[in-house]
Design a protein around this ligand. Structure first.
Ligand SMILES: *[C@@H]1O[C@H](CO)[C@@H](O)[C@H](O)[C@H]1NC(C)=O
Ligand SMILES: *[C@@H]1O[C@H](CO)[C@@H](O)[C@H](O)[C@H]1NC(C)=O
Ligand SMILES: *[C@@H]1O[C@H](CO)[C@@H](O)[C@H](O)[C@H]1NC(C)=O
Ligand SMILES: *[C@@H]1O[C@H](CO)[C@@H](O)[C@H](O)[C@H]1NC(C)=O
Ligand SMILES: *[C@@H]1O[C@H](CO)[C@@H](O)[C@H](O)[C@H]1NC(C)=O
Length: 621
């Protein structure tokens, strides 16, 4: 049924980290620049189609797609075109499941290339477990289990309605019930009456998403090799659907995290290494503010300095991502726009864009990833910090409207305009959820920053809240660069009167100004924009008001050099999620956990420092 393009098990040499010869680094840099230029000129019309995504895509691809964007072609879609759609869709439960199982087995075989290798190598160099490690996973990658005992929930008891085959089955068999389970109550932002979904706990919660789709597994393998086990490593899984304060209200998440860290420091006699991925980075920042707050964690002003040795921040989306905006605006993003017509049909049939937007809005945690910093960071209607010379359409407009014949599409919208647009055109409960939980602005003076210490809405926005006073802590920012990432979109008034959305993506636009199916690509790691992954580390935290105690920041960018034959990009990928399996990332993380982080040298490949200087946020005199 599926045509596969399986790769030879070719294992490229893993890249070296410290001690790189100058030569090697220059070569990489040159290649990287070269690739980037090509990408921008020829525009990223990749022929590889999103095989893995589509296969799940017909069913629930959109969720995977949100953050596990752009897998490589493993299965070609063309064969489907000949099949009768309806009979195919009926056969999905059995057919797809067995196909997918086989697929994941294959994938497991192809990714087992260097299990444990990095850890073994470091152990031979004398790197050993030192700091207890706490891992904070990203959005979506944590499984959610049903614990409700109501009539409708019993059949799902302790099944994962997120991140497992049970999820797919529930979605296919009884979509309405599944939606009731995963969507939170609109007004309270907590569980709806009679329904209870909780984050799965332990390493199992995050090491694999769906069987075979590893996330943290590789890091665990390598950590174990240098001496980590459940006594000194811990995954702090959370229910990413909740807004951050509600994590405490419902689950006492931050209280538990605090007490776990305190116990570990006491029993192991070493401070903690925190490793966070994606949205986890925002959770960590929020936790730091929360734990030191008089009104909340009551840990005291120096809690972070006393307990945290270093914070390894992997692909953190500190300033949000533009796809977070379109996901809640119309349930769309590049991954849906650039599917072929057939895949779109399948996806819309299972979960229409209207339903997707509805679901995303009913998960306030997703809205924490709306872009932050407004026009100062993301650009205004004529200009953006990351615009390339000679670029026809500025990235400063996030939503472009080509036709202006409707009152809904009067002008092109910048980041701040689009946020306002979203709030103006959504229901009151959603507006309240967002405005009561998050803040998206910039604090331009020290006074404003200090005033925000008391305002939890600003705690996950690093442009409004400062780092804790932790002069001894170290922050490591590791992220991928050089993978095309969506930056702006073409929208239109929704043409279908049956769809209850005001505007939706105009996927008919593909032109030589770099627009492909209504999406304009910029720089990043494939999911999160470079401005978001890089700005705070390259510039923001080097300003006194955001980092008053002078916490040391070290950046290590990793260029995206995927292995063509590996479905997950192989050991040198820079992809947002797959980077967790990257050999050099594992190497760096182990060094930090082993107390050897000082030897890591700061490494830049992208032009983030140049862009950061153009961002309209300045140090006070
Ligand atoms: C956009 O920002 C740039 C840089 O600050 C500025 O030069 C330009 O005048 C601004 N454009 C508009 C329309 O405000
Ligand atoms: C706006 O114009 C476009 C093309 O000119 C057309 O397809 C669309 O239906 C128009 N919309 C309205 C609301 O008139
Ligand atoms: C938005 O920008 C595009 C490209 O510059 C332009 O063609 C279009 O007319 C603009 N739309 C509006 C509503 O101003
Ligand atoms: C469409 O959405 C609006 C608000 O966005 C809501 O009030 C209305 O009930 C919805 N209509 C349908 C048919 O779902
Ligand atoms: C985490 O890393 C990202 C880049 O990967 C960066 O934008 C963000 O500011 C970092 N946050 C912290 C707190 O280090």
């Amino acid at each position: 049924m599926f045509r596969r393009r399986t790769g030879k098990n070719k294992v490229p040499p893993s890249d070296k980290i410290s001690g790189d010869t100058k030569h090697e680094e220059e070569r990489l840099r040159a290649e990287f620049e070269d690739a980037k230029v090509k990408q921008l000129i020829i525009k990223p019309r990749s022929k590889r189609r999103n095989g893995f995504i589509f296969m799940l895509g017909g069913i629930f691809g959109i969720f995977i797609a949100l953050f596990f964007a752009n897998q490589h072609e493993v299965i070609s879609l063309d064969l489907f075109m000949d099949l009768n759609l309806d009979s195919w869709i009926e056969s999905i439960p059995q057919g797809i499941v067995s196909e997918v199982k086989e697929f994941s087995q294959r994938e497991r075989d192809t990714v087992s290339y260097d299990s444990f290798a990095v850890g073994l190598h470091l152990r031979s160099q004398g790197v050993e477990a030192k700091h207890p490690i706490v891992m904070i996973p990203g959005v979506i990658s944590t499984g959610l289990e049903s614990w409700g005992t109501g009539e409708n929930s019993r059949q799902y008891f302790r099944r994962r309605l997120w991140g497992s085959w049970s999820m797919m089955r529930a979605l296919v068999m009884d979509k309405a019930e599944w939606k009731n389970h995963v969507m939170l109550d609109r007004d309270t932002g907590l569980d709806p009456p009679g329904i209870k979904l909780r984050a799965a706990q332990g390493f199992d919660a995050t090491d694999f998403f769906i069987t075979g789709y590893w996330i943290w597994n590789k890091i665990l393998e390598n950590l174990a090799t240098i001496g980590y086990d459940p006594t000194n490593a811990f995954t702090a899984a959370y229910d990413w659907r909740l807004s951050y304060l509600n994590l405490e209200v419902r689950d006492r998440y931050f209280t538990r995290l605090k007490s776990y860290i305190e116990t570990a420091v006491e029993t192991q006699g070493e401070k903690i290494t925190l490793a966070s991925h994606s949205m986890g980075s925002q959770v960590v920042l929020f936790f730091f503010k929360w734990v030191e707050s008089e009104a909340h964690g009551k840990g005291g002003k120096d809690w972070v300095n006393k307990h945290i040795a270093s914070w390894v921040n992997i692909s953190g989306c500190m300033l949000g991502a533009v796809k977070g905006l379109t996901a809640v605006l119309s349930g769309e993003m590049r991954d849906t726009a650039q599917l072929n017509a057939f895949a779109v049909y399948g996806l819309e049939k299972f979960l229409s864009k209207e339903e997707r937007a509805e679901i995303f809005r009913a998960m306030p945690g997703i809205s924490s990833m709306l872009p932050k910093g407004g026009e100062a960071v993301w650009g205004n209607s004529t200009w953006a910090p990351d615009d390339q010379p000679g670029q026809p359409l500025t990235f400063g407009n996030v939503l472009y409207f080509q036709n202006t014949n409707s009152s809904l599409t009067q002008r092109n919208l910048t980041t701040s305009d689009s946020l306002q647009y979203l709030l103006d055109h959504s229901e009151e409960w959603y507006r309240n959820q967002v405005l009561n939980s998050y803040s998206h602005g910039v604090a331009h003076t020290k006074r404003e920053v200090e005033a925000n210490e008391k305002d939890p809405r600003t705690w996950l926005n690093p442009l409004e809240a400062r780092l804790p006073l932790a002069p001894d802590m170290k922050i490591y920012c590791f992220y991928g660069v050089g993978k095309a990432t969506e930056r702006s979109y073409f929208y239109q008034e929704e043409p279908d009167p049956l769809v209850n959305l005001t505007i939706s993506m105009d996927t008919t636009i593909t032109n030589n100004e770099g627009v492909d199916h209504g999406v304009l690509m910029g720089e990043g790691d494939g999911t999160v924009n470079l401005l978001s992954t890089g700005y705070m580390c390259a510039k923001g935290w080097r300003m006194k008001r955001y980092n008053p105690a002078g916490t040391k920041i070290k950046v290590f960018e990793m260029p995206h050099e995927p292995d063509r034959f590996s479905p997950r990009g192989g050991p040198n990928t820079g992809d947002h999620v797959d980077i967790l399996g990257r050999a050099s990332l594992n190497d760096l993380l182990l060094r930090v956990a082993g107390g050897k982080g000082d030897l890591i040298e700061e490494t830049f490949f992208s032009k983030i420092r140049e862009y950061a200087d153009r961002v309209q946020i300045f140090d006070e005199e």
